[in-house]
Design a protein around this ligand. Structure first.
Ligand code: ARG
Ligand code: ASP
Length: 735
């Protein structure tokens, strides 16, 4: 590129900028989630870190790569094929929903676990699918041909969608398989994945929660960890080995590619890879957007959820009924709550916003003089303006989402919208009652897990929070109801929960069965619906349009910003943000030492699990049989030095969706199953710091020990290919 000759001081400045960029974006071998079809570009580095197999074994165009042994499991997890008969290994928390669907009071798989003792004993899981990625191809030139970078999204999106549809069709016809084209690098690249989705998936093995969810929320997002977070399924296929609807006559899928399992262990510094489906990361966003995460969305969500979780936890401790109603909801709410706290901690400890700002300064200097990317200079100023307009509304929106709509009763008001709409259809009385009854029946799932007194306490706490934080934005309806109860939030709550029809399915059913044409006024007088409606109206009028504008503006600017950065650093190998497509990441087995003082080890074992046993706390109750196996040191082939390794940490760059991913050694053999990240490093969705970011995996030997000795399902181990030899060399962890 032709540049004007810099003066000496300018030269020094440029050098400083150059090196500071190098410092911010060093060639960290471990950062990055790579598209398998581009992995050849990393061969040299991977080999230097320890990879011992030809890179083509991981992915190749002829379709014989290990990518064929990995599946997108359900809607957002990963699974790996571990036998020629289509046996799938994934996480316990990924199989949880399927196990719930199959559990009954008599066969409670959470309490007792489940182990099929032969193929006939495997249980079909309704609705569960797994998807193989057979091949990937860069189709950017076909999708974006002739479209200028700066073209507005309104027009660009239409053209892109049409081209994608046509191309997908073409790929489907050509391959006889499915094809899906997705944007990468914020829409600067497009790749097609040729896929096959199997629909007959059966549950094979599921440890009880005392193993599979051991440590529960307390250990969630934490290292050290003691969870045997795995479960087993099997892919079934038609006679032609192709996807088929469930049929008793279907056969286990014959897998050409599956993972060999290495049980010889690993040591710190050993090369590892994680191959799976990370969901969402945003590594290239501006400081403005990241500030919004750090200053608005994360803290408000944490603040509101802390209150909600406290109340739920208290009520759940009172009766087993409430516990059962709220345990699964609680796990979901707490998962985000804890992750965001770790994220804020990591963003702060690393001064990520400050780093981004410094980086943006150098970007702007480059952009101001860039002759190649003329639009670059305007990107950051436009982002700043857009963010400034949106910031106050983002705050309101987050309080509405997490506080107001965190009240289940108010959220349930949304369901009333459809009920009210029925009255406008001009139905006969019978027709009206019929339709209403159907609608109400659809709400049974919600009411099965709903406890009004618990929610009433949440109402009180959330309203106090909302009134304190959102002052001038509070809709009149809220203020009117509050005043009508003499500004006593307890009295207000008591009244709402006494009078609202939305507190119980019985009241709703009764209403539906006896409804008359004029009854919609009764609904419109319902205090809970009125609150919902007031918030929905305000959102629609004042918030959503601005935020929609902001999102589409940022989407456009993000695309340009990412593109410009890639032009600025032509020699840097960028990786695309996660988008739930297949990625390979590589790193090393590595202990965690965030404070630089108390070094945690990189592995936990069965002895640690047993030491945590606490029969008074559900999540720390070690199953009796496991304690017996431990006492007798009855570990079968899976013990090491008088114990069994349970979990380990490594420095692979992973994200939500990587749960269940195969963790591989230098030879591409399976040594574990990924299931989480360490608290200190959950900010890796925005910024990967190799000193703090760790992925957590179940050691394959623990998995095999549980299957074989605890589950007594050794027949499954027999169909696996177990390797004992260690890979020959390993490279020391690089700093
Ligand atoms: N933190 C894990 C991941 O985000 C989920 C682990 C499930 N366990 C739990 N206690 N919720 O999804
Ligand atoms: N636990 C996550 C998952 O379920 C993994 C992670 O966020 O690291 O995908």
């Amino acid at each position: 590129m032709l540049r004007t000759q810099p003066t000496t001081s300018l030269l020094i400045k440029s050098l400083i900028i150059f090196f500071s960029i190098l410092i911010q974006y060093p060639a960290i071998a471990k950062e990055g989630m790579w598209i398998p079809a581009t992995i050849k570009d990393h061969e040299k580095e991977m080999k230097s870190m320890g990879l011992q197999i030809p890179i083509e074994q991981l992915y190749n165009k002829s379709g014989t790569g290990l990518n064929n042994a990995i599946v997108l499991f359900g809607k957002g997890c990963t699974g790996e094929i571990i036998s020629s008969k289509g046996l799938i290994l994934t996480n316990h928390h990924c199989g949880y929903g399927s196990a719930q669907g199959l559990s009954t009071a008599e066969s409670d798989y959470f309490a007792n676990g489940f182990w099929a003792m032969n193929l006939q004993g495997e249980l079909p899981c309704k609705g569960l699918t797994v998807t193989f990625i057979r091949r990937m191809e860069n189709v950017t030139s076909q999708v974006l041909e002739g479209l200028a970078d700066t073209l507005r999204d309104s027009f660009r999106d239409t053209v892109v969608a049409l081209r994608i549809a046509a191309l997908e069709k073409e790929f489907k016809t050509k391959t006889g398989l499915d094809a899906s084209i997705k944007p990468y690098f914020d829409g600067n690249q497009y790749w097609v994945a040729i896929t096959e989705t199997y629909r007959d998936i059966r549950l094979v093995g599921f440890p009880p929660n005392g193993i599979g969810a051991f440590g529960g929320d307390v250990e969630n997002w934490m290292w050290p960890r003691h969870t045997g977070d795995f479960s087993l399924f099997r892919v079934y296929a038609g006679a032609d080995n192709k996807p088929a609807d469930y049929a008793a006559t279907n056969k286990p899928y014959t897998a050409e590619q599956f993972f060999n399992i290495n049980v010889s262990g690993y040591k710190e510094g050993d090369f590892t890879m994680v191959y799976g489906f990370p969901g969402t990361t945003k590594e290239y966003i501006s400081s403005f957007e990241l500030s919004n995460v750090y200053n608005i969305t994360d803290p408000i969500s944490i603040e509101a959820r802390t209150r909600r979780l406290d109340i739920w936890t208290k009520h759940m401790s009172w009766t087993r009924t409430i516990f059962l109603k709220y345990t699964s909801k609680r796990a979901g709410v707490a998962n985000g709550w804890k992750k965001w706290q770790g994220e804020m901690l990591g963003l702060k400890a690393n001064n990520v916003i400050g780093k981004k700002q410094a980086y943006e300064k150098t970007f702007q200097q480059w952009a101001d003089t860039s002759k190649s990317v003329l639009y670059a200079a305007g990107i950051l100023p436009q982002m700043r303006t857009a963010a400034e307009i949106a910031t106050p509304l983002l705050t309101q929106e987050q309080y509405i989402k997490e506080a107001v709509l965190g009240i289940e009763l108010v959220q349930q008001g949304a369901a009333f919208d459809n009920v009210i709409a029925c009255f406008r259809l001009g139905l006969s009385q019978d027709g009206l009652r019929d339709t209403l009854t159907k609608l109400v029946t659809g709400m049974e799932g919600f009411y099965k897990n709903y406890d009004p007194p618990t929610d009433r306490d949440v109402f009180i706490s959330m309203m106090v929070l909302y009134f304190n934080k959102c002052t001038s934005w509070i809709p009149d309806e809220f203020k009117d109801q509050y005043r009508a109860h003499d500004q006593d939030v307890n009295a207000w709550a008591a009244d709402v929960y006494k009078t609202s029809m939305l507190t119980s399915i019985a009241q709703l059913k009764d209403f539906a069965a006896n409804a008359k044409a004029g009854d919609s006024t009764k609904l419109q007088a319902d205090p809970a619906w009125r609150l919902y409606n007031a918030i929905a109206t305000m959102r629609k009028q004042k918030i959503t349009p601005v935020l929609k504008d902001y999102t589409s503006r940022m989407r456009y600017l993000d695309r340009l910003y990412t593109n410009a950065q890639m032009q600025q650093f032509k020699n840097k190998t960028f990786y695309p943000d996660a988008n739930l497509t297949l990625r390979l990441t590589y790193g090393q087995v590595k202990g965690l030492d965030p404070e630089g003082a108390a070094k945690y080890s990189f592995q936990t074992n069965l002895k640690d699990v047993v030491a945590l046993n606490d029969t008074t706390v559900d999540i720390f109750k070690v199953p009796k049989k496991l304690k017996e196996l431990y006492a007798a040191k009855d570990y079968g082939r899976w013990g090491v030095n008088g114990t069994v390794p349970v979990a380990f940490v490594a420095s692979n760059h992973t994200s939500g969706g990587n749960s269940g991913s195969p963790v591989l050694n230098a030879k591409g053999e399976l040594i574990g199953t990924n299931f989480d990240r360490a608290y200190e490093g959950t900010m890796s969705d925005y910024y990967f710091d190799p000193t703090r970011c760790r992925n957590i995996s179940v050691d394959i030997r623990y998995t095999l020990f549980i299957i074989d000795k605890f589950g007594g399902a050794g027949w499954l181990v027999d169909e696996m290919n177990i390797v004992k030899a260690k890979p020959t060399t390993s490279t020391k962890a690089k700093k």
